[in-house]
Design a protein around this ligand. Structure first.
Ligand code: FES
Length: 686
């Protein structure tokens, strides 16, 4: 036990100085500093991304050094001097201003940790080099920015530019603007999914399948509930509406809680409700679940095998969706070609790895209504699924998106939402949940693994004459966005090139692997690996420059895509490639010079193009926003969720321009809602 620390019953009494103020509270013996700051002192600016010291989101200053607050036992912080992003000390304020001015935050979930790491840097170094800056902030991961703006912001403090960039008030599109929620991000007051809930909210914990395919039977849950002092153990039988959710009306195939059998490892089986201490005291093995394992299917080859079992009984061949696009005549195109390229490609699962795991809370409201606040990309789709699983109408569901600490497509699917909904409804009291990093990775969607066969043909000058692709995508145990991937890839599979003869075919294949969903491009990046490799192979076969073959085939204004769309508005690839040409030539020359004198360590230079259509493939994609005016001024009502791409800022600018008013005169309704969430602190200064 730390010197001078007092034990009070099972608790320890802590005194520490936080941001210049002496604070005291009680903590559990195994609490971490991160938990004390967030739960006891209400300082939720310190974020928890991995709870394992890997991501650095919880970085704070402790006695003059940056530490991961999730790794510091609370007792070790007794008597310590702590600084967090909520600090108003001059150095922290200066760093915050630099971050705001340089646009160094996107989703903002890493920003508090970055600010504290910068605090450490500037305490130790007066004039750090860019390498020292990179090294010192290296313990804090940013999934959004690529670090460039962050390093620029920090470098501006160490080496102020001759003319400082002003933090200009946003007045119109095209002007440099401070991010709409930027001040709240740097001050740590913006609420993400785990940052707020009603004070009397019960915690939830999901018990998940340890098997990829199994049947199961439940024992005496009531005895277990009593034994572990839980408020409830919910099963599939407790889902009041339909026990299924999913992206499309005809693919709502995933149960909220599995009923008698599971289709992937990590599938939700039971939902426990209680105090956090009670939930933490339970091991999965304490639950009375008897499993009967069955042989699972993993990968598309196994899923398509004639002897494969059906993942869902109504789809006997496990092909969820087929995509097909045909244009011209492949045989004619191949006959006109001088060279051909062929390849087989495989890609694996990719995890989104947003720094903020899924989290939120829900509370049942009078009049058979429910309010649910969660980290999400798609509140209107959430509303539909919450209404469905509760068996109520959409207009009885209020979805209040919290700030979203990264999504990348992964938060287009519901995760915590149906679980929160059924628990709040059944127990008639607020409930909250925050997935651990492990749970997030085990249970939520991934990028579709792909298995692709493709060929491309070109004439003697390098002009493409034919292209064919056959691609299977592993959509896992449930549909999620599998139909979109299967339908979108054929449209994009050729890459952004003029090709008169095309045949692209895809299948989304069900397996016992984790569900695959949306991830930046809906399968198109996987296809781009194939088509861009073939472009290189064709260039090599014809002894052409790789830039040149792309330039002469690039889709241009007025061209027709393989799906028949005429690019009447814009197509900037030729101009983009022309702008790139000098840098391409220089890079080739540098690599050649290096390789000429280095026999072992070689340098390579690559070029690739990609295209991606906006909107829903082959479907209309309407949207609307509203502006209202009352005594307090203009309010913009927009359902678009800012997950770091800056939509809160640009939407407000566009709306302000349309009305001819300064953008700061426009209130963003969504932003006001997320800053007014209830407080989360349990006891402060106890
Ligand atoms: Fe760094 Fe999103 S801004 S993780």
């Amino acid at each position: 036990m730390q010197d001078g620390i007092m034990q009070v019953g099972h608790h320890i009494a802590l005194s520490l100085t936080v941001n210049g103020t002496e604070r005291s509270c009680h903590a559990e013996p195994f609490d971490t500093l991160a938990q004390v700051l967030r739960d006891k002192l209400g300082l939720t600016g310190t974020k928890i991304g991995c709870d394992a010291g890997d991501c650095g989101a919880c970085t704070v200053m402790l006695d003059g050094q940056q530490v991961c607050a999730c790794l510091v036992p609370a007792a070790q912080a007794h008597g310590a001097n702590i600084f967090t992003t909520e600090s108003t000390d001059p150095l922290t304020q200066t760093i915050k201003t630099a971050f705001l001015t340089h646009g160094a935050a996107q989703c903002g979930i890493c920003t508090p940790g970055m600010i504290m790491a910068t605090h450490d840097l500037l305490t130790c170094y007066q004039s750090p080099s860019r390498k020292t800056i990179s090294d010192t902030i290296g313990g804090v991961l940013c999934r959004c920015t690529g670090y460039t703006k962050i390093i620029e912001a920090i470098a501006s403090l160490a080496h102020p530019p001759a003319s400082a960039v002003e933090a200009d008030a946003a007045r119109s599109v095209g002007q440099r603007a401070v991010k709409a929620e930027g001040r709240a991000i740097v001050d740590g007051t913006l609420h993400y999914g785990a940052d707020a809930a009603p004070a009397d909210a019960l915690w939830l914990r999901v018990i998940r399948s340890p098997h990829a395919r199994a049947t199961f039977a439940l024992g005496d849950l009531e005895a277990t509930r009593k034994k572990f002092n839980l408020d409830a153990i919910l099963t599939a039988a407790d889902v009041p509406g339909a026990n299924s959710f999913g992206v499309f009306p005809n693919t709502k195939d995933q149960p909220v809680l599995a009923q008698s059998h599971v289709r992937f490892r990590g599938e939700a089986v039971l939902l426990l409700a209680g105090s956090r201490a009670a939930l933490n005291a339970i091991n999965d093995a304490d639950l009375p679940i008897s499993w009967t394992q069955q042989s699972p299917i993993s990968g598309v080859t196994a899923g398509l095998a004639p002897e494969a079992h059906a993942i869902h009984a109504h789809i006997p061949d496990n092909v969820l969706t087929r995509g097909n696009l045909k244009r011209g005549n492949l045989a004619v195109g191949r006959a006109a070609a001088a060279v051909h390229a062929f390849g087989q490609f495989q890609t694996g699962f990719v995890e989104h790895a947003y720094i903020e795991p899924e989290a939120g809370y829900a509370e049942r409201l009078p009049g058979n209504r429910i309010r649910l606040a969660a980290s999400t990309q798609a509140p209107y789709m959430d509303r539909e699924d919450v209404a469905r699983v509760l068996g109520i109408s959409d207009d009885h569901v209020i979805i209040q998106p919290t700030a979203c600490g990264g999504g990348f497509g992964g938060k287009l699917d519901v995760a915590v939402q149906p679980l929160l909904a059924i628990a709040a409804w059944k127990l008639n009291r607020p409930v909250r949940i925050a997935y651990s990093r492990i749970e997030s990775m085990a249970s939520t969607t991934k990028r579709h693994p792909s298995s692709i066969t493709a060929s491309a043909s070109a004439d003697a000058e390098g002009r493409l004459t034919a292209f064919e692709m056959s691609a299977d995508f592993n959509t896992g145990a449930y549909a999620s966005w599998g139909p979109t991937v299967a339908n979108r890839v054929p449209v994009h599979a050729t890459g952004p090139y003029k090709i008169p003869n095309v045949w692209n075919r895809t299948r989304a294949v069900l397996t016992n692997d984790p569900p695959a969903g949306a991830f930046r491009g809906f399968g198109v990046p996987q296809a781009a690996i194939a088509n861009e490799t073939l472009m290189d192979d064709l260039a090599a076969a014809l002894n052409l420059d790789r830039w040149h073959i792309r330039r002469i085939n690039a889709l241009d204004h007025g061209d027709t895509t393989p799906s028949g769309q005429v690019l009447a508005a814009s197509a900037g690839l030729p101009q983009c490639l022309d702008a790139l040409k000098p840098a391409w030539d220089q890079a080739l020359a540098r690599a050649a010079a290096h390789n000429a004198i280095n026999p072992r360590l070689k340098r390579g230079v690559g070029i690739a193009c990609m295209w991606y259509g906006c909107g829903n493939t082959a479907m209309s994609n309407p949207s609307e926003m509203r502006i209202t005016l009352d005594q307090s001024g203009f309010t913009l009502w927009s359902g678009a969720v800012d997950i770091g791409q800056g939509s809160n800022t640009i939407m407000r600018q566009i709306a302000a321009d349309a009305l001819g008013i300064p953008s700061e005169s426009m209130t963003l309704a969504a932003l006001s809602a997320s800053s007014n969430a209830p407080s989360t602190a349990e006891t402060a200064d106890a």
